[in-house]
Design a protein around this ligand. Structure first.
Ligand SMILES: *Cc1c(COP(=O)(O)O)cnc(C)c1O
Length: 355
């Protein structure tokens, strides 16, 4: 039996979008492919409030994270770490032999603009990685304010993992001067995993041309060269692109502001419920708009709750991540999930836990 996914990735995909994956195969060097690629592009730019190219990666988000640090660091990278995915980005940077340092915070503490300022002041870095929405902790770092600080350092590029935030929260790529902002599509896009997207600034593309190549598959200059012909350097996940195209149409039909407002509304409901019955893991003021990480203040058996929800109610939520497994659990309110589903889930949890 298939479970409804209220997990912070992968998320539930609507049947009409799944059908798009069965579109007859086309050739990736044929004009119909370039038409599809060209149709997707302006919609992605709209979603990301950008005129920058939005490149398509046939990989999960991790591939685009790797592309960012292998292409865009000429000198040294600062990895801001306050959760599992920001820690992963540091590991990716180290793993690729890119000079870097981690600035580590406790997982329930948000990255603050003044901390970034202090780290950049000595002039050691020319790139900073930040996870906008830490899916492991339900933390939304203050991207706009951090971007403002980074913009004060003209040689420093801001590389943003917006994986579980993009398409659920507003990201104004150009206004905030983000150099690289990436996401995989299996989170707030509500698509099957297999594609990632990234908006890349002009100056980032220029630097990628100068940095000695560290990656072949994830070469931004190669990807951009193909992009200009509405193509990809190697064979992409074409079925996923049909699904992405259809999903972007539906997002724009809902209206971006309405979509973000729906996410904010669901977040407000889950947050209020969590405060009433438990507590919320990240510090106040930085709670995510797309998922809530609930602190298990009642000492419930989280694994048992998840199993009961899956077995008896056909809905799946997530345990805490890594070190905070069992001490926290996570409810996603992202993608195409609606307010009434979230309210239904909370009622069911109340029943199960006899709250
Ligand atoms: C899910 C996630 C990732 C990793 O994504 P994959 O698509 O599994 O590679 C990275 N960063 C964040 C914030 C995520 O939520």
């Amino acid at each position: 039996m298939f479970k409804r996914l209220l997990t912070p990735g992968p998320t539930q995909v609507r049947p009409e979008i799944l059908k798009e994956l069965a579109t007859p195969q086309i050739h990736h060097r044929a004009p119909e492919f370039s038409e599809l690629y060209g149709a997707i592009q302006p919609k992605l730019q709209q979603l990301l409030y950008t005129e920058n190219p939005v490149l398509l990666f046939t990989s999960s988000s991790t591939g685009a994270m790797e592309a960012a640090v292998t292409n865009l660091v000429a000198k040294r990278c600062l990895n801001l770490v306050n959760g599992a995915f920001s820690k992963r980005w540091h590991e990716i940077t180290v793993g690729n032999g890119v000079p870097c340092d981690a600035y580590e915070l406790p997982w329930n503490v948000a990255v603050k603009p003044e901390m970034v300022d202090e780290q950049l002041a000595a002039g050691a870095y020319d790139a900073v990685t930040l996870v906008f929405n830490e899916t492991s902790t339900g933390m939304m770092n203050p991207l706009r304010e951090i971007a403002e600080v980074v913009a004060g350092y003209p040689d420093v590029f801001l590389l943003v993992d917006a994986v579980s935030g993009m398409a659920g929260a507003k990201i104004e790529t150009d206004a905030w001067k983000l150099d690289f902002v990436l996401a995989g599509v299996q989170k707030a896009f509500a698509l099957p995993a297999g594609l990632a997207v990234a908006a890349v600034s002009e100056r980032a593309l220029a630097r990628a041309n100068d940095v000695p190549p560290r990656s072949y598959y994830f070469s931004l200059p190669k990807m951009h060269k193909s992009h200009l012909k509405n193509q990809t350097p190697s064979t992409p996940a074409i079925p996923h692109m049909y699904a992405l195209d259809a999903q972007l149409d539906d997002m724009l039909a809902e209206g971006l502001e309405a979509r973000f407002a729906r996410h904010a509304k669901m977040a407000g409901i889950v947050q209020a419920w969590s405060k009433r019955h438990f507590d919320i893991y990240p510090e106040n003021g930085y709670w995510s708009q797309t998922l809530t990480c609930i602190e298990n203040t009642r000492g419930i058996d989280v694994a048992a709750l998840i199993k009961t929800l899956a077995d008896d109610y056909n809905v799946r939520i997530s345990n805490g991540y890594g070190d905070i497994k069992g001490k926290t659990f996570r409810i996603a309110h992202m993608g195409d999930t609606q307010v009434d589903e979230i309210e239904g889930l909370l009622k069911v949890i109340e029943t199960v836990l006899e709250l």
